[in-house]
Design a protein around this ligand. Structure first.
Ligand code: SF4
Length: 614
C-alpha cells in the first residue's frame, strides 16, 4: 500500500477511574489506503466505536487516550491540541453514525446544516450552497433542491442516512469513518447505501467501515480486521479471512452468522408455469387451523401539523395458521408485521374483519375464555430488559408467572422452574440473579422461560433477537428451534431477517404495506422466489458467502407510505417487473404448489439477477 490515508499504531484507550478503570482498546493497529474499505468487525463492547472515534480525536466522557498514534492523511491527529484537531474534522476525516437523527439538529433544514459545515471552513456562502446541492445529488437523493429545504424528521430512514453521508462528504474528506451506518435500515434500503459507499471508495475515499454484520462486510470491504476485547485478533483480505479464518473468535463469529441458501440449492422441484392451481399452503381444515383471519384490517388515525391521516397498518388480510407450525412473518419496517402479531395475541383488535382462535372469534370470548386464551397464547418481545421486573430475581419472575397460572405449591414450583431453565438452556445458578446481572441473551431466554411457564400452545415472538449480538442470536434461535421441533408449540415469529429465521420457520408470510404478498412453505420460498417483492427481500440480505458481491437492489426506492397506499398492486411503484395492469388492478392471492401468491406477473422460478448466477 502506498502511504496510507489512515494509520492507527498500537492505540490504547482507557476508561473509568481507580477500581473501575478498564482498557477497552488494547494496542489496536490498522492502515487504510485511498480507495480502500476496511471492515472493522466485532460484537458489542469490543472497542470498535472507540477506535473509530479516536480517528477524529474524539473521546466519550470518562474515556481517554493512553498511548499509540492515529495518523490521518499524514498528520498525527493524536498529537495535536483540540483546536488543531477540529480543523481536520470535515476536510480530512469525517464520521457517519448509525442514527442520523443524533447527528442532525432537528430544528434546522438539511441544507442549512450542510451549508454551515462549509461556512465553518471558510467557504463562501455562494460556493457552500452550490456544494450542498452537489453533494446531496452525489449521494443519490432525488431533487436535491427540494431535499435541502426539508427537516431531518421529514426524510425517510434511508434518505436521512444519505443526507448524513452528504453532510460528512461536504468538505471532501480524505477518510470516512462509517460506524454501523446501515444497521438500523431495512435490508432493501441498506443495499442502496452499501452501493453508494462502494462508489465513493472507488472514487478514492478511504473508508473505515465498522460493523457487527459479517454478511455486509463480506460484500463491501476489501480487507477485514476482527476486534475482540479491545484487540485486533485477526486481519487480512476479505476473501482470505472469511474463506479461511485462523483465529478462534473469527471462526465463532462466522459460524454464528446466518446464511441463506442460493436459489436452487435446496433442490425443490421447479413449478411449471402453467401448473394446476393446487392449494398446498392453504389447504387447511378446521381441525388443523388454529388461527383464522378473514378480511382483517387495522387502521389508525394520526395527526401531524393539524392534518388527520389514516395509517393502513393492515388491509384485508385472509390468513390461516395451522397447529404445530412455525410461521415467520417477514417484510420491511411498516409492512404490518407487528400489527399482525398483536392481533393474533389479542393485544389489539381489528378495525374490521374477524380473528378466530381455535374456531372462535376472539372478539366474542367471555372473560373466562379470555383468561384461558391468555394462558394458551404467550408473547416474547424484542426488548427483554423492559419486559422483566428489575426488582425480581429470575426465580421470583418465574415463580410469579407460575402462580398466576395456578402453580402455587412450592415443591411443584421449584420442579417447574428448574425444567423451564433447562428448556431455555440456562444454568440453574442464575436463579438468584436480577435481570441487570445477566447478559442480553440470558435476559431474552428468561423472557422465553416466563412465556413458557403456563405451558402455552402458541408462542408469538416479535423480533426476539434483533437487539442481540450475532453469536448470542444463534444461541437464542436454537432455543426457538427446539421449542418448535420438539415441544409441539405453534410459533409465530416476526422478523426482518430472512437468514435468521431460515432454520426455525416452516412457513413464511410476506407482508408489504399492510397486505399479504406471499404465503409460502419456507423451502419453496427460499429456493424458488416467485414474488418480485420476496425476491427483492432475499436478494437484499447480506450473505457472508457473497465475498465482493453487494446485495442486489430489486426494490426501487423506499417502502410505500401507509397513509397513502398505492393503487393496484401496492408494490408497483418499486417493482422492477411492474406493467400497466399492476397500477390499476389489485392482484389476488392465488394458490399454487407450496405457496399463495399475489402477483400478476410472478417470476419464473428465480429472479433474473439470481438466475444469471446459476
Ligand atoms: Fe410487481 Fe406487478 Fe407483481 Fe405487483 S403485481 S409484484 S407490481 S409484477
Amino acid at each position: 500500500m502506498s502511504s496510507p490515508r489512515l494509520q492507527i499504531d498500537e492505540l490504547v484507550i482507557g476508561a473509568g477511574e481507580g477500581d473501575r478503570s478498564s482498557t477497552p482498546v488494547r494496542g489496536a493497529s490498522l492502515a487504510i489506503g485511498a480507495g480502500e474499505i476496511l471492515g472493522l468487525v466485532g460484537e458489542s463492547g469490543s472497542g470498535k466505536t472507540l477506535t473509530g472515534l479516536a480517528c477524529l480525536g474524539l473521546f466519550q466522557p470518562g474515556v481517554r487516550p493512553v498511548s499509540g498514534t492515529v495518523t490521518v492523511d499524514g498528520q498525527a491527529i493524536s498529537a495535536l491540541p483540540e483546536r488543531e484537531r477540529r480543523k481536520l474534522r470535515g476536510p480530512s476525516v469525517a464520521m457517519v453514525f448509525q442514527d442520523p437523527l443524533s447527528s442532525f439538529h432537528p430544528g434546522l433544514t438539511i441544507g442549512s446544516q450542510i451549508v454551515h459545515s462549509l461556512l465553518d471552513r471558510g467557504v463562501s456562502r455562494a460556493d457552500a450552497k452550490k456544494r450542498c446541492l452537489e453533494v446531496l445529488g452525489e449521494v443519490g437523493l432525488p431533487r436535491p433542491d427540494a431535499q435541502a429545504k426539508r427537516y431531518p424528521h421529514q426524510l425517510s430512514g434511508g434518505m436521512r442516512q444519505r443526507a448524513m453521508i452528504a453532510l460528512a462528504l461536504a468538505n471532501r474528506p480524505r477518510v470516512l469513518i462509517a460506524d454501523e451506518p446501515t444497521t438500523a435500515l431495512d435490508p432493501t434500503v441498506q443495499a442502496g447505501i452499501l452501493r453508494l459507499l462502494r462508489r465513493l471508495a472507488d472514487d478514492g475515499l478511504a473508508i473505515l467501515f465498522i460493523s457487527h454484520n459479517l454478511g455486509v462486510v463480506a460484500g463491501l470491504c476489501d480487507r477485514v480486521a476482527v476486534m475482540y476485547q479491545g484487540q485486533i485478533v485477526e486481519s487480512g483480505p476479505t476473501a482470505e479471512l472469511i474463506g479461511a479464518p485462523r483465529d478462534a473468535y473469527t471462526k465463532t463469529l462466522l459460524a454464528a452468522a446466518p446464511t441463506l441458501p442460493e436459489p436452487g440449492e435446496l433442490g425443490i422441484e421447479a413449478v411449471p408455469v402453467d401448473a394446476p392451481r393446487v392449494a398446498a399452503v392453504v389447504d387447511v381444515d378446521a381441525e388443523t387451523a388454529l388461527f383464522d383471519l378473514r378480511g382483517v384490517s387495522r387502521h389508525f388515525t394520526t395527526r401531524s401539523r393539524g392534518r388527520r391521516s389514516t395509517v393502513h397498518a393492515l388491509d384485508g388480510i385472509d390468513l390461516t395458521i395451522r397447529r404445530n407450525t412455525s410461521v415467520g412473518v417477514v417484510g420491511e419496517s411498516g409492512s404490518g408485521k407487528s400489527t399482525l402479531a398483536r392481533l393474533l395475541g389479542a393485544l389489539d383488535h381489528p378495525s374490521t374483519g374477524q380473528v378466530s382462535f381455535d374456531g372462535q372469534d376472539i372478539a366474542t370470548l367471555s372473560k373466562e375464555q379470555m383468561r384461558s386464551f391468555r394462558r394458551r397464547v404467550q408473547f416474547v418481545f424484542q426488548d427483554a430488559t423492559s419486559s422483566l421486573d428489575p426488582r425480581y430475581t429470575i426465580r421470583d419472575t418465574l415463580a410469579e408467572a407460575l402462580s398466576t397460572h395456578g402453580v402455587r405449591e412450592p415443591g411443584e414450583q421449584s420442579r417447574r422452574i428448574a425444567a423451564l431453565l433447562d428448556q431455555v438452556r440456562l444454568p440453574q445458578q442464575l436463579l438468584g440473579r436480577h435481570p441487570r446481572e445477566l447478559s442480553g441473551g440470558q435476559r431474552q431466554r428468561v423472557a422465553i422461560a416466563r412465556a413458557l411457564a403456563p405451558r402455552p400452545e402458541v408462542l408469538i415472538a416479535d423480533e426476539p433477537v434483533s437487539a442481540l449480538d450475532v453469536s448470542i442470536q444463534a444461541q437464542v434461535m436454537e432455543v426457538f428451534r427446539d421449542l418448535a421441533e420438539n415441544d409441539g408449540l405453534t410459533l409465530v415469529m416476526v422478523s426482518h431477517d430472512l437468514a435468521l429465521i431460515r432454520d426455525v420457520c416452516d412457513t413464511l408470510v410476506t407482508l408489504y404495506n399492510g397486505t399479504i404478498m406471499e404465503n409460502a412453505e419456507a423451502d419453496t420460498y427460499y429456493d424458488q422466489p416467485r414474488h418480485p417483492y420476496s425476491a427483492a427481500l432475499l436478494d437484499a440480505m447480506p450473505n457472508p458467502r457473497h465475498i465482493g458481491r453487494l446485495p442486489e437492489v430489486l426494490a426501487l426506492g423506499e417502502p410505500a407510505d401507509p397513509t397513502a397506499p398505492p393503487s393496484g398492486c401496492r408494490f408497483h411503484p418499486r417493482c422492477t417487473q411492474a406493467q400497466d395492469l399492476c397500477a390499476s388492478t389489485v392482484p389476488l392471492l392465488r394458490p399454487e404448489p407450496g405457496r399463495e401468491l399475489a402477483c400478476h406477473f410472478p417470476l419464473q422460478v428465480a429472479a433474473p439477477a439470481r438466475k444469471a448466477e446459476l
